[in-house]
Each structure stands twice: as C-alpha cells, then as structure tokens.
Design a protein around this ligand. Sequence first.
Ligand code: PAF
Length: 290
Amino acid sequence: MEVIESVALMQSKAEELRLSGSTIGFVPTMGFLHEGHLELMRVAGRLSDKVIVSIFVNPAQFGPQEDFAKYPRDTQGDLAKVEKVPVDIVFMPSAAEMYPEGFQSKVSVGDLSRHLCGLSRPGHFDGVATVVCKLFNITKPHIAVFGQKDYQQLAVISRMVEDMAMDVDIVGVPTVREEDGLAMSSRNAYLSAEERRSALCLKKAMDRAGELYARGERDSSVLKSSMERLILEHPFTNIDYVSVCDPVTLDDLETLGDRFLIALAVKVGKTRLIDNRLVKKANNFERSGS
Ligand code: PAF
C-alpha cells in the first residue's frame, strides 16, 4: 500500500493506473476509520481493480462553531486498519495542499443542500461538494463509494455528478451498525457511557415510526411527534431535526405514500448524531440499514 500526500503525484499515479487499463474505485473519508469505512473499501475492492482511499479532515465543511479542531484523528491507527482491506493507495493531503493560497472556487448543489442538515449547517454541503469534486479530479475514479448513513451527502454528490456530467459512478452502501443498532460514526467516540445508552433513541424512534406506518398511520405529523417524544424521553438529547420526507427531493411530506425517508439529527450531550431509514410499503417496513 502506497501513501501519497501530493496532489500532483496522486494525479499522475491515477493517470498511470487508467492508462494501464485498471479501473479505480475511490473512497473519500475524513479518517478515524471504523468498520463502516472499511466496508466501503471492501465494496470498492469488489467493484474495481485498484482502490484509492483519501483521508482528509476537510475544514471547508465545518462551520465556525463546529468540531473541526477537535474532530478525532488517528493517522497511524487508520493506516494500520487500511492494511487489512484491499486498498492500494491512501491519499493524505495537507490542508495547504488541497486549499493553496488563492483558492476561491466553490461547488454548490442547490435545493438538496438546504434541507435537513443544511438548515443547521449552512455551507456544509458546499464544503463537501467542493472537496469531493476536487478529490475526483485528483484520484480520477471510475466509481466512488459513499455510506448511506450520510443520506443527504450521497444525494448531493449524486446530483453534482449528474448535473456536471462527471464520469464517475456513485455507489451507496448500507449503514454499518453496532450490535445494538447504533449507526457507526467517528463521532460516537465523543459519547460518554450514559450518552452512548441514550444515543440508541435514534434507532428506537425510527422503529416506532415504522410500527406506526405498518399499522396504517399515514399522517407524517403523527410519526414525527411520536419520534420526538421518544427521543426527548432519553437523557442528554436535543433534537436538531426529525424529518419524514421524499427520498429524492428531501421535501417534507404531509401524507405518506408507499416510499419515504425518515431522517434524524439529534444532539446527545455535545455530540450531533444522524441516522435515517428508507421505508417502502411493498416490504412493509424495510430496514434498509441506512
Ligand atoms: O463523509 C465524509 O467523511 C466527508 O464528508 C467526505 C465525503 C470525506 C468529504 O470530506
């Protein structure tokens, strides 16, 4: 496995791989890797000849009051983990390498970026789209793999790729969960033992909404208020949003049809957690794992 820090070197290496006929699978990450990330890498390995993983904590997607400075980092631990999965190159640029002096461009994906997390994190998805666009130009992937836990991010990136006719296939991978159902996230490391117990309220809330839907409830406000009550019964919780929305546009729904998305963002103590579930009528209440 090779570690590359320079943009120019990564670009020429990616070009070489393409010219040799290899397909490139790319997994962008911000490091502090867990089983969820490793699963994205395994999927990339199954779908392509060579796997490139980036590790870059992207300052442009953090707001001024957010956790950029204290976002967990563990470069040595990450490199050891990546050795165990089929990864050929780790691209680990510095902030100065990605955003050199004079950098001033921005990729902005309209409406999709303004819903859900976009409401409390203005500018977040511009930061994500911008860095992912640049990472695509550097690593030149045929496919890029993202987790469905960040459903809105996946939607924004898919939209950007389609709108800009980028020649890369976006693959979404179901969320990997702890045994008790908590979605894996680098931010889970912030939780105290008591907060970790409370954090299960996200999964329980989605279960409750699913049960209501399965029993025939079609008024989204009933699902929402029931989820909100359940979440607030748990200590340390503060709701950012509870949304029942269209899975494509992310617009709120009033009456539920055969397919909708439940998306949640809840602060547990100081840690903001997100989760989501795609519900389809045909399979009753589908646990998409997302
Ligand atoms: O999901 C993440 O870890 C980040 O948002 C990403 C896609 C690596 C861009 O910085």
